[in-house]
Design a protein around this ligand. Structure first.
Ligand SMILES: C[S@@+](CC[C@H](N)C(=O)[O-])C[C@H]1O[C@@H](n2cnc3c(N)ncnc32)[C@H](O)[C@@H]1O
Length: 277
């Protein structure tokens, strides 16, 4: 988890979240919290993001005015992005802590991290001595991840930065017979590769798992998470069991949850994770 001085979910509900990222309190419209209710009369913030009538930050912050927060050794440079994100998904911190708890077992192994965004999991793996192939379709986001790794003093570690469609890259790696022992994927519901290839989770997840199997010889660790209501952690476990020789009951299905200062729990997605040790 993040230390509370680095990140805090203050409150959420009625379509908005109030969060503190280091020194700045951010209020954002978010469809994922429409089903919760809250009292917003005392909400105060430094920056606000509205989706309607059009995506807009206020006040707007100059792009070179990024600020940063840390989780362990990892440093995240944060800024206002047009989608309303600031550069980190704090609900993934539980997975970073879990990876850290396997540090000794995974050192020296090879990992592929798909849909890798600004590099939280990539940096965590690199910090544990893993060689990481970081794959994301968005070139600016891969550049951002690189900057985070540099700011965390992890850039000299063995990280390969790949701008590509996740499935296209996996097909290529499968043909080249490259192998990984650690598999990580955090696919969105919908996305586009840099050359226009379309990712649709409900159509493409089975092929992604088959390709993951083909690039693995000796599976050591797998973490697959998603944020699509139609795909549950149990579905992710079943796809893993179908493709890898692991026990039906092994591994862990979990919700990616964040607890607010008022102890309200926000569900931010589903995850299945498995480790050989
Ligand atoms: C939900 S974010 C992943 C969050 C990340 N795992 C983390 O914890 O920081 C989704 C990412 O998938 C990328 N993406 C979308 N479509 C893609 C595709 N077809 N291939 C590869 N990456 C894609 C986006 O650029 C974005 O960075």
């Amino acid at each position: 988890m993040f230390q509370p001085d680095q990140y805090e979910l203050i409150d959420f509900g009625d379509g908005e979240k109030l969060e503190r990222f280091g020194p700045h309190v951010v209020r954002r419209q978010s469809p994922s919290v429409e089903r919760y209710s809250t009292d917003k009369r005392r909400w105060q913030c430094d920056f606000q993001f509205a989706r309607q009538p059009q995506p807009k930050w206020s006040p707007e912050q100059p792009a070179d005015d990024a600020w940063s927060i840390s989780h362990g050794r990892k440093r995240f440079q944060l800024k206002q992005s047009p989608s309303g994100q600031v550069g980190v998904f704090p609900e993934q911190a539980d997975n970073w802590d879990w990876i850290d708890s396997h540090r000794t077992a995974i050192a020296g192994m090879k990992a592929i991290n798909l849909f890798a965004y600004t590099g939280g999991t990539t940096m965590q793996l690199a910090d544990c001595g893993v060689d990481v192939t970081h794959v994301d379709a968005a070139k600016p986001v891969v550049g951002w991840a690189r900057q985070n790794a540099e700011a965390s003093d992890l850039a000299a570690k063995n990280i390969r930065w790949i701008v590509d469609d996740a499935v296209t890259y996996l097909r290529r790696e499968s043909k080249r017979k490259n192998k990984y022992q650690i598999l990580v994927a955090d696919p969105p519901s919908f996305g586009r590769g840099p050359k226009g290839a379309v990712w649709k989770i409900q159509r493409d997840l089975p092929e992604m798992f088959e390709l993951l199997r083909s690039v693995t010889d000796d599976l050591e660790m797998l973490i697959v998470s998603c944020h699509t209501p139609q795909v549950t952690a149990r579905d992710l476990r079943q796809l893993t069991v179908n493709n890898f020789s692991i026990n039906q009951r092994s591994g862990e299905t979990l919700g990616l949850k964040l607890k607010s200062a008022k102890k309200k729990v926000l569900d931010n997605g589903e995850c299945f994770r498995w480790s050989a040790h």
